[in-house]
Design a protein around this ligand. Structure first.
Ligand code: FE
Length: 337
């Protein structure tokens, strides 16, 4: 009896000594900020016991993965904007993965047809309209932004910013390259000032009376409302969800991809399945006032209060394919000039 007991104590001790080397973990390269990611990684670790190590990058993800090659510790990448996902995929740094869970959780337009990336949340690129100077129904489409009735009334950030490049890519998808170029020229001729600043700076300009409408992402409304100084700017505008005529509202995504070398592939797949789950998406969407995409999920009450919209159903990889044309015509019309 004594002997059996001491043997089992020995095995228990050996197992605990060996544990660190066998610790389950997953390594993530993220372009998104810690405050958005931490609640999710904590929930994942609590559920699975898998430790999540996140490297927060400002830029250079493609170059870093290329330099590390097959020795890269990264298992998965996490970012916003389809162009950034596409850049990593197109550089050959990811691998496809098939998962029934993810297929069920992520609608088709928000995942790669070849299964190299998956969306988690969306944000719409919309119009912020002055409550005082823009009537209900005065702006309803993206096409309308090129109408001379807006002369001197529109503010926007640089045309080469990723958000605007994606929007211009959507214009290309619906109207062709020439049509999109004409649209950009029309929008440019309606600008109240040269493109400058970020999306929130445009709402500030509406508040200050410099322009009447601006182009921006939905979640900035939530961010401005949470900021003492910016709340006034937010209160001076309302969100309008423009559509492409007969289509829907332009959205972009946050998403994930499995790296080609993924040393902890199984854990990464598990984490990606977790991230696409309805519960995780609601946590993640709420953290940045975004929209979860899994069937049956809902955005936070503040966000749903901005109104309903139908998202344009073009596959985002198609949009990413228009990126170089979009940049080219933005420079040709000297949009920022
Ligand atoms: Fe942003």
């Amino acid at each position: 009896m004594t002997k059996i007991l001491s043997t089992s104590i020995f095995f228990a001790a050996a197992a605990s000594v060996a544990a660190p080397a066998m610790a389950e973990e997953v390594n993530v390269y993220s372009y998104r900020q810690p405050e958005l990611i931490k609640p999710l990684t904590d929930a994942f670790t609590a559920e699975t016991g898998i430790k999540v190590n996140v490297a927060y990058l400002q830029k250079g993800m493609v170059e870093r993965l290329q330099a590390e090659g097959s020795r890269s510790p990264a298992d998965m990448i996490l970012t916003v904007d389809i162009s950034r996902l596409a850049a990593v995929v197109n550089a050959g740094l990811t691998q496809p993965m098939e998962s029934d869970t993810i297929t069920a959780n992520v609608p088709a337009q928000y995942r790669d047809p070849d299964n190299h990336w998956f969306g988690l949340t969306t944000r719409a690129r919309i119009v912020y309209a002055s409550k005082d100077r823009v009537a209900d129904g005065e702006v309803t489409t993206y096409e309308d932004l090129a109408d001379p009735k807006w002369a001197g009334r529109i503010c926007t950030r640089s045309g080469t910013n990723a958000y605007n490049v994606a929007l211009t890519s959507a214009v290309i998808e619906h109207h062709g390259v020439e049509g999109a170029k004409t649209w950009l020229e029309g929008v440019k001729s309606n600008l109240a000032r040269k493109p400058q600043g970020n999306d929130r700076a445009q709402v500030k300009a509406i508040w200050a009376g410099e322009c009447d409408i601006s182009i921006g992402n939905t979640y900035y409304m939530g961010k401005m409302l949470s900021d003492d100084e910016q709340k006034e700017w937010a209160d001076s505008v309302r969100i309008v969800f423009p559509e492409f005529e007969g289509k829907g509202t332009h959205v972009n995504i946050s998403g994930v991809a499995l790296t080609k070398s993924a040393p902890n592939k199984e854990n990464a797949v598990r984490m990606m399945e977790f991230l696409t789950s309805p519960a995780a998406q609601e946590i993640y969407a709420k953290a940045n006032f975004e929209y979860p995409i899994a069937p049956g999920t809902e955005a936070d009450a503040l966000v749903t209060g901005w109104g309903d919209f139908t998202a344009d159903d073009v596959n985002l990889m198609t949009l990413a394919g228009h990126r170089s044309d979009a940049l080219k015509i933005t420079e040709e019309v000297d949009f920022d000039g």
